[in-house]
Design a protein around this ligand. Structure first.
Ligand SMILES: Nc1ncnc2c1ncn2[C@@H]1O[C@H](COP(=O)(O)OP(=O)(O)OP(=O)(O)O)[C@@H](O)[C@H]1O
Ligand SMILES: Cc1ncsc1CCO
Ligand SMILES: [Mg+2]
Length: 262
């Protein structure tokens, strides 16, 4: 296993270019998160160019947060480009249960076999075909309630699946890892999860094993979130402190991340 500290070193050394197809809400914050963490973001989503760009980027991330048919075309082109070039891609199925367009798109994208799926508990339960309490973009279920669903989706899709929340769970269908840390202010800042998905892409670009890559990115967020949560007064100051902490986190601090095998 590649430890989170080693993964962080590899990510910073490689400063990978990550193609992020993310939503209008998340674009700016996600780009800042990648820059602070040590990667290089590019928000390139239109079908006219997304496939061409995916062959050049180190990894692709696809988020359905603000969806339209034209965006779906751009996603499919990009996924074809990434797959053809042997690059990993990460799916963030934002509110995938909420509408017909989201359900159809998620089914279609899952058939294209994402390397990694990163969602909240309600989203992962929905992909597994189970009922969930989610209504919009925020989770209505606990991560623990989605553990079995995550394992099932991982086995069926051949993907690594990450469920995030107050604690995080990552599985490749066989192995399972829990990561704790972070801050209760993280879900009070929009697009924290969307930005995390982009960072998972950055780690996947440089760390061979997608499970190790995912654990590295989640540990980076857990440690930075905990650091940032100390002494801030609310979501506004947390957001700024979190970017600072993503940059300040070093391999030695990731060594203390609370990561344990399931
Ligand atoms: N209560 C909490 N305590 C600590 N960390 C948390 C908490 N809730 C979420 N996090 C952390 O916040 C990050 C984003 O996870 P979350 O599950 O909130 O994403 P999300 O629901 O997809 O977010 P969004 O759709 O708003 O981008 C993860 O690193 C997760 O560990
Ligand atoms: C608030 C919101 N609405 C669509 S995407 C998004 C960002 C958090 O998922
Ligand atoms: Mg989300």
């Amino acid at each position: 296993m590649t430890s989170p500290s080693r993964s962080l070193e590899a990510m910073r050394a490689g400063a990978p270019l990550v193609q992020c197809i993310t939503n209008y809400v998340a674009m700016n914050f996600a780009a800042n998160v990648l820059l602070a963490a040590g990667a290089a973001p590019a928000m390139v989503h239109d079908a006219e160019e997304s496939g061409e760009f995916a062959a050049v980027a180190g990894a692709l991330t696809v988020n359905i947060g603000t969806l339209s048919p034209r965006w779906v075309a751009g996603m499919v082109e990009a996924i074809d480009g990434a797959t053809g070039a042997g690059k990993p891609w990460v799916l963030d199925p934002v509110a995938c249960f909420a509408t017909g367009l989201r359900r159809e798109t998620t089914t279609k994208l899952m058939q294209l076999r994402p390397t990694i799926v990163r969602g909240n508990a309600s989203e992962i339960l929905a992909i597994a075909g189970e009922s969930s309490s989610g209504q919009g973009v925020d989770a209505g279920d606990s991560v623990q309630a989605a553990e079995a669903a995550a394992r099932k989706v991982a086995q069926e899709a051949g993907s690594v699946v990450a469920v995030t929340g107050a604690v995080d769970f990552v599985t490749d269908g066989a192995r399972g890892v829990w990561i704790s840390g972070g801050s209760p202010l993280m879900p009070r800042v929009t697009a924290t999860g969307c930005a995390l998905t982009c960072l998972v892409g950055a780690y996947a670009a440089v760390v061979e094993d997608p499970l190790d890559a995912t654990v590295g990115a989640l540990a980076h967020f857990a440690v930075a979130g905990e650091m940032a949560g100390d002494g801030v007064s609310g979501p506004g100051s947390f957001s700024a402190a979190f970017l600072d902490a993503l940059m300040a986190v070093g391999p030695e601090s990731l060594g203390a991340a609370r990561v344990r095998a399931a």
